[in-house]
Design a protein around this ligand. Structure first.
Ligand code: GLC
Length: 543
């Protein structure tokens, strides 16, 4: 990918920190994280010095008014804040405090569905001829009374629920309490744009669009084909079908473009959208936005086998597939997926930190990954995630990756003064912000060093990317380059020491996952990487 000097906006430079608001910091001792708690911890994210993480933007999980059946992803009023999290005044204060610190705010925008408590749905379900009836997707039962087709809910069971009052089924990609809006309806699109303007006018910088693939279904409601590879009990029940018709239809691109047009009314805004898709589909989602203010999340490395060649192959293919103005991103963790450390272990997770913060594009860090938080085991009686309850299988619970942030060794890890809504990890006395800040070898200090280095290094922020051929198949190496500024990244994916000779005469060690680098320590004649070592090196001029 050639160097492109148009990449000078905040979203080209910022490292994004994903705050699962309910679990970040409780300010009012009710066991739940809230917006005031986020404000209290902003200095940790960025206090203007390199003693803090150096975060450039936060993405906040939903804080809107909601019955909290899906922890805020079921919104009952798009223009107010749920009392659990605070109120609009607190939100305005958050915006002002973020602006002081140069932290941008991306808010979660759940537009595929509302809560069944939303007034729109209450009206829609009240009668077949209500003006809002078609704001949602209603269909008659089949002759035998069964649902209109075989579509499944992501959270288990059919995607249709019968509403006895009017004798029709309504469609829900997720829980019955999350009815899908009809995005082919002009009034729905217009109203959602007005909601977006409400938040943009309050000073936010962008949106993370939830479940974007689900916005548009087949208008003929054709049955999805069965998935021949489905293995009962092992697989998520949603995988019983191949979702050919129940999501991601062509008109999705019109919806994305409409959202891009809308945010382009405001300067400097950006949208990221949630879609678990492969490179060709990612590319089509980029194409949908003419203004180039949208990027679909790239979750692909999360599922790749641990192999230097697999990683290199993916990044090379991804870079090649993007066009000049597409802004890439990499995601290794979020509130829906098992924690990075629990999937890979600490050594590999440190390499991932290097990858995340040295590749081209927008890096997303899930809260707590920077201190090495792991999944927390939850007793069946403590389950809070409706997904696990719906499919009646604890292995699908997303609670383990949503445990309270570990701030200190105090009771409840300094998250709250009372018992939190989910249990705190048992290792919190060792793994917490306070302790790790004091330990130069901690994963937190690795993240801090990498982010701050990235923030002052144009080559890493918007330089070009080129992978290098290596003698060993276990090394993934690449160069990031902007003008005279050149950075070499070398990653040893194996548990063996490996000597490599990068094609540069003189490099200097900037940062490593397993050695304390004196800045400017010059390395000549090859480098021996320790098992699972990741190194960031400066390439000296003319070398
Ligand atoms: C998205 C969210 C997830 C939520 C679902 C339904 O996938 O990330 O947490 O449960 O949408 O809104």
């Amino acid at each position: 990918m050639p160097e492109n000097n148009n990449f000078a906006k905040w979203y080209h430079k910022a490292v994004v920190y994903h705050i699962y608001t309910k679990s970040f910091k409780d300010s009012n001792s009710d066991g739940l994280g809230d917006l005031e708690g986020v404000i209290n911890k902003l200095d940790y994210l960025n206090n203007g010095t390199e003693n803090s993480l150096g975060i450039g933007a936060i993405w906040l999980s939903p804080f809107y008014k909601s019955p909290q059946v899906d922890h805020g992803y079921d919104i009952s009023d798009y223009r107010s804040i749920d009392p659990v999290f605070g109120d609009l005044e607190t939100f305005k204060k958050l915006v002002a405090e973020c602006q002081k610190r140069n932290i941008r705010i991306i808010i979660d925008f759940v537009i595929n569905h509302t809560s069944s408590d939303h007034l729109w749905f209450q009206e829609s379900r009240s009668s077949r001829d209500n003006p809002k009836r078609d704001w949602y997707i209603w269909r008659d039962p089949k002759e035998d009374g069964s649902p209109p087709n075989n579509w499944l809910s992501v959270f288990g069971g059919p995607a249709w629920t019968l509403d006895k009052n009017t004798g029709q089924y309504y469609f829900h990609s997720f829980l019955p309490e999350q009815p899908d809006l009809n995005w082919r309806h002009d009034e729905v699109q217009e109203e959602m744009k007005n909601v977006a303007r409400f938040w943009l006018d309050l000073g936010i910088d962008g949106f993370r669009i939830d479940a974007i693939e689900h916005l548009i279904e087949d208008s003929y409601l054709r049955d999805d084909p069965r998935n021949p590879d489905y293995v009962p009990l092992r697989d998520d029940p949603y995988l019983l079908n191949e979702h050919l018709f129940s999501k991601s239809q062509d008109d999705l691109s019109y919806c994305i473009n409409a959202l891009c047009e809308l945010i382009s009314e405001y300067p400097d805004k950006f949208i990221v959208s949630e879609a678990y898709v492969d490179i060709p589909k990612i590319v089509s989602l980029y194409r949908a936005c003419e203004q180039k203010v949208h990027a679909p999340f790239n979750f692909n490395l999360m599922g790749k086998p641990w192999s230097a060649t697999e990683y290199r192959d993916f990044v090379d293919r991804f870079e090649k597939a993007l066009s000049q103005n597409d802004w890439p991103n990499y995601v290794f963790g979020n509130h829906d997926r098992s924690r990075l450390i629990s999937r890979l272990g600490e050594e590999k997770a440190k390499i991932v930190a290097v990858i995340l913060l040295t590749l081209r594009g927008m890096p997303f860090i899930y809260y707590g990954d920077e201190i090495g938080m792991s999944d927390v085991s939850i007793k069946p009686e403590d389950i809070k995630d409706p997904f696990a309850t719906m499919v009646a299988d604890i292995k699908f619970s997303r609670d383990p990756q949503r445990s309270p942030m570990q701030w200190s060794g105090e009771e409840y890890a300094g998250f709250s003064k009372v018992k939190p809504w989910l249990p705190v990890a048992s290792d919190f006395k060792k793994k917490n912000v306070e302790t790790e800040l004091k330990d130069p070898d901690s994963i937190l200090n690795l993240y801090r060093t990498l982010i701050n280095f990235r923030n002052r290094t144009p080559a890493l922020q918007y330089g070009s990317y080129r992978s290098l051929d290596t003698a060993s198949p276990d090394i993934f190496a690449y160069v990031r380059e902007h003008g005279e500024d050149k950075i070499l990244v070398m990653l040893n994916f194996s548990d063996q020491k490996i000597k490599e000779s990068p094609p540069f005469d003189r490099v200097r060690l900037i940062c490593s996952t397993s050695r304390t680098a004196g800045e400017n320590a010059e390395i000549k004649g090859g480098i021996t990487l320790e098992p699972y070592e990741g190194c960031v090196l400066g390439i000296e001029k003319n070398s």
